[in-house]
Design a protein around this ligand. Structure first.
Ligand SMILES: Nc1nc2c(c(=O)[nH]1)N[C@@H](CN(C=O)c1ccc(C(=O)N[C@@H](CCC(=O)O)C(=O)O)cc1)CN2
Ligand SMILES: NCC(=O)N[C@@H]1O[C@H](COP(=O)([O-])[O-])[C@@H](O)[C@H]1O
Length: 187
């Protein structure tokens, strides 16, 4: 059995799509959901799906190696960042080389880095009057949004688009492609 840990800070819509997509897969399971926000919607999804969840202790996450040990103890094969808003520390990145992936709601390298998450991204893209946006699924390294690209998918931006309408277009691409890529990486 291949085990996935999903790290998320928010509503968890991508986590839910991945969980649902893998329900038909006999060799891959979501073994853990990890969050840094005790009130994150993703933790309700974990409870509803009977998936063990863990709330990150900030001090330990950034200064200890307990989370490396936890991922190893759970025999995690792939760590999936799905709207996780803290930088994954070097020790965890180095303990899981090319086994941590992230989804970013823009076409990296544009609109990446510190401060570029959630609605901040879509606001910047709309403000720049870009003709297109999209998603980037990439491997995670020690920097924000700098790892090798796995997949990019695009959506057109029309003059009447707002950050909210763009967010919906991008989320549709996320929900379509992230579960497929997660499954493909473990098959
Ligand atoms: N080592 C890595 N860790 C993380 C990566 C990565 O590529 N390498 N990706 C991010 C996800 N992300 C963009 O895809 C991202 C998330 C959050 C931020 C950010 O600026 N966060 C704020 C804190 C926000 C909060 O605490 O609510 C900050 O660092 O000041 C940038 C990019 C996940 N981790
Ligand atoms: N830079 C990281 C970033 O902005 N990630 C974004 O957080 C959202 C999480 O939504 P969800 O909690 O509904 O899956 C997603 O749109 C994802 O691309």
């Amino acid at each position: 059995m291949k085990n996935i840990a999903i790290f998320a800070s928010g509503a968890g819509s991508n986590a839910k799509k991945i969980i649902d997509h893998l329900k038909g897969n006999p060799t891959i399971q979501v073994a853990a959901i990890v969050s840094n926000k005790p009130d994150a919607g993703v933790l309700k999804i974990a409870a509803d799906e009977n998936i063990p969840s863990y709330i990150i202790d900030k001090e330990n996450f950034f200064r200890g190696d307990n989370y490396v040990k936890l991922m190893k103890d759970l025999r995690i094969d792939l760590i999936v960042l799905a709207g996780f808003l803290w930088k994954v520390p070097d020790n965890l990145v180095q303990a899981f080389p090319d086994k941590i992936i992230n989804i970013h709601p823009a076409l990296l390298p544009k609109y990446g880095g510190k401060g570029m998450y959630g609605h901040f991204v879509h606001e910047a893209v709309i403000a720049a009057k870009d003709p297109e946006s999209g998603i980037t699924i990439h491997f995670v390294n020690e920097k924000y949004d700098d790892g090798a690209t796995i997949l990019q998918e695009k959506c057109a931006i029309t003059p009447d688009d707002t950050p909210d309408t763009l967010a919906k277009k991008v989320q549709a691409l996320e929900h379509q492609w992230f579960p497929v890529i997660v499954e493909r990486l473990l098959t």
